[in-house]
Design a protein around this ligand. Structure first.
Ligand code: PLP
Length: 452
């Protein structure tokens, strides 16, 4: 059944990451409603949302309380200019709440419309910071291969996933540089995790030396690389990379767009799980659980104090988004955080997350599963041709497994040769089993079709 929405979508929308050669035939699956852990499409199929919308619907779908909060704020004051000395109640109160939850002295907030704009803001603030200090050459940023930092031009240039750059020029070949991802699955044979960690830290240090420490301003990294393959770094990696940043007077930007707000059982992962204190922390997604777009770049007091010095021309930070501190989005985020606190969602993730990881390990028994990895409610499953060589399976197999899961009423996300799972944080253990069973069943169907 092709609804009007199906046709209108096919004729008018430019979908991200969509193969346009098949799109005119196949169109899109129209999702019409959503509640709790499930979404329902226009054909009436009820599907278990194994990807939390897109790593973001942390408190689950369709919460009435969220709708009421949003409606109330719209009726009270839906929008007013946030520039200069004007503010609104939800933006201010959310700022205080974020300062309370964030580790250390990450007490200052620059609001944006999502993760990409928050990363762009982070880079501009880093540049502004060093300008304020009179270090005008200290502008280069080091990111990592396979990282995902967003889709605006700077964020896409920080991104290290090759495919996301196809057909686009890159900004700042001279100011954005990439070092290796921390990919334990592909570490050289015979190396221990500690050897590999030493190698990555040495590579980073050498790159800074090569670029010149006076030119390198910051390092940006996700605590666990998400879209790049749910890559969990070796023990001590982040702390040691942070120490290198300290040594060269660089700022450490933690991109916690996916990892913050409970996905790893903590408000923020950097300090709580990996023992380092970023100078700048970027969040979005779970901040408002996707009910309304919102991003935030948090700054430490050390960085803020420099940025807030009235040294620049006119003494102002001339970087403003119309929707900075949007009152409706900030009210939604405050309610989202209140729900997470009231329902002890972080504690729930600490229980159900390890269960999902353990239960998913059974997938390793399948001949095309090379690796199963992750932490808490971030899970990645690598599909390979051969477990020995680890060669990726290719041939659109990820898409076939995705379709096989859909047939079983479960949504997972194929990213190339990887299946990614990132469900709402309210998931039950039974629903974790359902996701693992769907992936397993879909892989077995594929193997049967191939006569394997
Ligand atoms: N950073 C990370 C780690 C992400 O995973 C994403 C989106 O998936 C972004 C930034 C970009 O966020 P947005 O799509 O809200 O602009």
């Amino acid at each position: 059944t092709k609804t009007d929405a199906w046709t209108a979508d096919r004729d008018h929308l430019l979908h991200p990451y969509t193969d346009f050669s098949t799109f005119r035939e196949e169109g899109s699956q129209v999702i019409e409603s959503a509640s709790g852990m499930h979404v329902i499409d226009s054909e009436g199929n009820k599907l278990l949302d194994g990807i939390g919308g897109l790593w973001c619907v942390n408190i689950g779908h369709g919460r009435k309380e969220m709708a009421e909060t949003i409606a109330e704020q719209v009726m009270k004051m839906q929008y007013y200019n946030p520039f200069g000395h004007s503010t609104n109640v939800p933006a201010s109160m959310l700022g205080a709440k974020l300062a309370e939850l964030a580790p250390g002295d990450l007490n200052h907030v620059y609001y944006t419309c999502g993760g990409s704009t928050a990363n762009d803001a982070a880079i501009r603030l880093v540049h502004f910071y060093f300008d304020q200090l009179g270090q005008h050459r200290k502008k280069k940023i080091i990111s990592r291969a396979n990282a995902y930092h967003g889709a605006t031009y700077v964020a896409a240039s920080l991104t290290g996933i090759h495919g996301t750059k196809m057909g686009f020029d890159r900004i700042g070949e001279d100011f954005i540089h990439h070092v290796s991802a921390a990919n334990l699955y592909e570490k050289p044979d015979g190396w221990s995790d500690a050897d590999y960690c030493d190698y990555l830290v040495r590579e980073f240090d050498a790159r800074i030396q090569q670029l010149g420490p006076d030119n390198v301003a910051a390092f940006i990294a996700e605590p666990i690389m998400g879209a790049g393959g749910v890559l969990v770094a070796p023990d001590g990696y982040h702390r040691r990379m942070w120490e290198v940043c300290q040594k060269y007077d660089m700022l450490y930007i933690a991109d916690e767009v996916v990892t913050a707000f409970g996905r790893l059982g903590e408000w923020f992962a950097s300090d709580a799980l990996y023992d380092y204190q970023p100078d700048i922390m970027v969040c979005a997604k779970g901040l408002s659980s996707g009910y309304i777009p919102l991003g935030a770049t948090l700054l430490s007091t050390r960085v803020y104090d420099v940025i807030a010095q009235p040294q620049c021309e006119g003494g102002v930070l001339s970087m403003g988004l119309t929707y900075f501190g949007h009152p409706v989005a900030c009210a939604a985020a405050l309610k989202n955080i209140e729900i997470m606190e009231r329902e002890n969602i972080l504690e729930h993730v600490r229980e159900v997350g390890p269960y999902l990881q353990e239960s998913a390990k059974s997938l390793m028994n399948l001949p095309i599963v090379g690796d199963v990895r992750g932490s808490h409610l971030m899970l990645g499953v690598d599909l390979v041709k051969d477990k020995g060589t680890k060669e990726a399976i290719g041939d659109g197999v990820g898409e076939k497994i995705f379709q096989g899961c859909l047939k079983r009423g479960v949504i997972v996300r194929p990213v190339g040769d990887r299946m990614i799972v990132s469900p709402p944080l309210i998931i039950s253990k039974e629903e974790c089993d359902e996701i693992v069973a769907a992936i397993s069943g879909a892989i077995k169907d594929y193997l049967a079709d191939e006569g394997a």
